[in-house]
Design a protein around this ligand. Structure first.
Ligand code: C2E
Ligand code: CA
Ligand code: CA
Ligand code: CA
Length: 278
């Protein structure tokens, strides 16, 4: 395998240079995107399976590239993290999401706004201040903001992470653990961290109706969440059979294409107003 790796390295070298060039270009484009307001947010409803009401939304970033069209986050978030651009981008997302949540609140349609937080952003010295500022500048009461973090924040400096989470809780925001079940040592964190909500990763939900293992795990996660007094959201729910299974287990919230993909604010307003027929 080593031999093959070396061979590949040599023969792929021109490719590497090409890749590096593309990356540099993309980084430049991303700086421009931030300055020229090419980034925007879409929102995906989180639905109460008992009555079809939209209780929360998750804000998800998109990039309207002048030549490439709409670029999904998996194509630029990793680069944004590598170049630290995720810090200004993340702060922009926070402000924008809080602004939208305040708008819905003022319109008499309050929903909890969930915002994804990159580990790099989470680790910045001024992160707490940035959250505080976003709330203050938009006038959004903290209880309508939820920060989604992943288990991977906790790979190092457990104490430090724990303190930071407590500082955030003290602001009054809620905390969700994203992609739950895909990382390691989840259970020890759960008991250590002041987490309000678990988001069961889509990879578990996909197979709940066909594979016994997945259904057993999802059932256990939901029961554990209940036992620990946490809320639980199922991600990536696409089929009515999955919804039925999750509703029966008293999963609090459902997010997925079955109800709606992420949509622009105006369409989301309609869903928040009308809810979903079950
Ligand atoms: P995530 O936080 O796990 O977000 C859920 C992803 O699953 C979203 O992809 C959403 O569109 C997709 N999804 C939702 N329901 C379904 C479904 O029923 N079926 C399928 N196949 N997919 C579904 P998206 O918007 O492309 O985002 C991908 C990832 O990019 C996110 O995963 C998150 O890690 C990251 N991301 C998105 N927005 C932000 C942001 O503002 N800041 C940061 N740091 N990361 C973000
Ligand atoms: Ca998320
Ligand atoms: Ca997720
Ligand atoms: Ca995920």
């Amino acid at each position: 395998a080593k031999q093959a790796g070396r061979n590949c390295f040599r023969s792929c070298e021109p490719d590497h240079t090409e890749q590096a060039k593309q990356k540099l270009e993309m980084e430049q484009d991303l700086r421009t995107a931030l300055k020229e307001e090419q980034l925007f947010l879409v929102y995906q409803p989180q639905v109460n399976p008992d009555n079809g009401m939209v209780i929360g939304v998750e804000a998800l970033i998109r990039w309207r590239h002048p030549e490439k069209g709409i670029v999904p986050p998996f194509r630029f978030i990793p680069l944004a993290e590598e170049t630290q651009l995720i810090i200004p981008i993340g702060n922009w997302v926070l402000r924008q999401a809080c602004m939208q949540a305040k708008e819905w609140l003022d319109a008499g349609k309050p929903v909890k706004m969930a915002v994804n937080v990159s580990n790099i952003q989470f680790s910045q010295d001024d992160f707490i201040i940035q959250v505080q500022q976003a709330l203050k500048n938009t006038g959004l009461p903290a209880r309508w903001l939820e920060l989604e973090i992943t288990e991977s924040v906790a790979v190092k400096q457990l104490e430090w992470v724990k303190n930071r989470l407590h500082e955030l809780k003290a602001l009054g925001v809620s905390l969700a653990l994203d992609d739950f079940g895909t990382g390691f040592s989840s259970l020890s964190y759960l008991k250590e961290f002041p987490i309000d909500k678990l988001k069961i990763d889509r990879s578990f939900i996909m197979d709940i109706c066909h594979h016994r293992d997945e259904s057993v795990m999802v059932k256990s996660i939901i029961q554990m969440a209940h036992g620990l007094g946490m809320r639980v959201v199922a991600e990536g729910v696409e089929e009515a059979t999955q919804l039925a299974f999750l509703a029966q287990l008293r999963c609090h919230l459902i997010q997925g294409y079955l109800f709606s993909p992420p949509v622009e604010a105006s369409r989301c307003t309609q869903m928040i107003t009308e809810g979903f027929k079950l």
